[in-house]
Design a protein around this ligand. Structure first.
Ligand SMILES: Cc1cc2nc3c(=O)[nH]c(=O)nc-3n(C[C@H](O)[C@H](O)[C@H](O)COP(=O)(O)OP(=O)(O)OC[C@H]3O[C@@H](n4cnc5c(N)ncnc54)[C@H](O)[C@@H]3O)c2cc1C
Length: 400
């Protein structure tokens, strides 16, 4: 993996594309380019509404989903141009896209497995956030072992579709979602992976109940979702009956692949950390100096890891299980960077929102708490280590 040659010197076309993106952002950003920040919302619903408008505006400029085919609103571009847009969004301090599950996970899954009717029906509304999607995979007894899922989909011949019964959990943004990409068991007698089917579920259908979960950050990003006989017409089945495991692998590959999004976030966090350190005189403290240097070097290494992955993709090689090394690396880097921010805050570290003497108004505290989950979502770090051990290093699998 280390022997891959990496050549990412920009071509004149890529430079021109970057400049066009930057000029568009300078002209259209809702906050001052270079000096301002996006607004902070205490209310998640208000934040989602604001972010939907922002994503719609960005999509109008055709800066969302640039790797998607042109007929669905993309530019049919390669991974490098996508990466350039992400870097420019980071420069502009743009927040994460509210429709990221649809853009990054559902779209590529539909492109790989959806019928032409399904693509025409769902894809055009995703980029502009006219519809939001959620990912209905994890269950109380099926997280790391996703194939153990027990939500049932039973045929309703008379109605021409399926009835769904069961429960999902940790479903991010389900309370705002119009559609959910659902995995359900259609053949309980088959081997675990073999009896699963993928569906698009209308989140407003009768029999679907969303219950937000309160997190340690006091926010309610994710939810439990209950199904009590919710109906799905058969034309909302994605892929063949009982072939949902293969469909889900497309989704998971995109969830764990290159990570410009987290690179963007951590490049921004590093910039904020260094500013915070300057304000707090932390550059004069030799113990903090070393940790700040470590944060700088690690974010830079993350950038290089991303570039290497991009270089592989651009030269037509699959990323494969090495995506696990990237996920493992950035999630642990993130925790160290946040620990350093807490050390810089010093006595103010335990303080939360609204405290007058709390620099940053609790933003770092919230972020520290949130990123504890980075070693859990998109596959826990224990699972990533197993993948690296078995599929990258070729270590023997444990005896069953
Ligand atoms: C912020 C956040 C957002 C999320 N959003 C979504 C979403 O939108 N949609 C969705 O479907 N899911 C979502 N998830 C769920 C996420 O995918 C699961 O939390 C994750 O797959 C782990 O599953 P689990 O929580 O059931 O833990 P478990 O699988 O029960 O694991 C518990 C512990 O046991 C360890 N463990 C389990 N099996 C093994 C093994 N074989 N070897 C070694 N260790 C093992 C794990 O590493 C972990 O430490 C989200 C999670 C988080 C934290």
């Amino acid at each position: 993996m280390l022997a891959d040659a990496m050549d990412l010197s920009p071509t004149p076309e890529q430079d021109a594309f970057r400049l066009a993106c930057r000029r568009w952002l300078e002209a259209n950003l809702p906050w001052a380019y270079g000096t301002g920040f996006p607004p902070h919302f205490d209310d998640l619903a208000e934040e989602v509404a604001y972010l939907r408008d922002w994503q719609a505006q960005l999509a109008e400029g055709r800066w969302v989903g640039v790797t998607w085919p042109e007929q669905y609103g993309g530019r049919g571009a390669g991974a490098l141009l996508h990466y350039i847009v992400q870097e420019e969004l980071a420069r502009a301090r743009a927040p994460e896209l509210v429709g990221r599950i649809g853009i990054n996970l559902v779209g590529p899954t539909l492109l790989a497995h959806g019928t032409e009717e399904q693509k025409a029906r769902w894809l055009p509304d995703i980029l502009g956030a006219r519809t939001l999607w959620c990912q209905l995979f994890s269950e109380p007894d099926a997280g790391s072992d996703l194939a153990a899922l027990s939500t049932r989909a039973e045929r309703d011949e008379a109605a021409g579709g399926w009835r769904i019964t069961g429960q999902k959990v940790w479903t991010s943004y389900a309370q705002f979602a119009d559609w959910g990409l659902l995995l359900a068991r259609t053949d309980p007698t088959a081997k675990k992976q073999a009896g699963i089917t993928a569906f698009a579920l209308d989140m407003h259908a009768p029999g679907v109940e969303v219950r937000p979960l309160r997190q340690i950050t006091d926010e309610r990003d994710f939810n439990e979702v209950f199904f009590d006989g919710a109906f799905i017409p058969d034309d909302q089945r994605i892929g063949a009956e009982h072939d949902g495991w293969r469909v889900s692998q497309s989704t998971l590959t995109h969830e764990r692949g290159t990570n410009p999004r987290q690179l963007v976030i951590h490049a921004q966090l590093l910039e904020e950390l260094l500013r915070l350190a300057l304000e707090h005189g932390a550059y004069d403290d030799h113990r903090l100096q070393q940790r700040l240097a470590e944060a700088y070097v690690e974010v830079r290494l993350f950038q290089l890891h991303n570039w290497r992955s991009l270089s592989r993709i651009e030269s037509g090689k699959p990323l494969g299980p090495e995506g696990s090394a990237l996920k493992l690396y950035w999630s642990e880097m993130s925790k160290r960077l946040h620990d350093t921010a807490m050390a810089v805050l010093g006595d103010a570290a335990p303080l939360w929102w609204g405290a007058d003497d709390n620099p940053g108004g609790g933003r770092w505290q919230r972020s520290w708490l949130y990123y504890q989950s980075a070693s859990v979502f998109a596959g826990t770090n224990e699972i990533q280590r197993t993948i690296i051990g078995e599929r990258v290093l070729g270590l023997p699998r444990p005896a069953k």
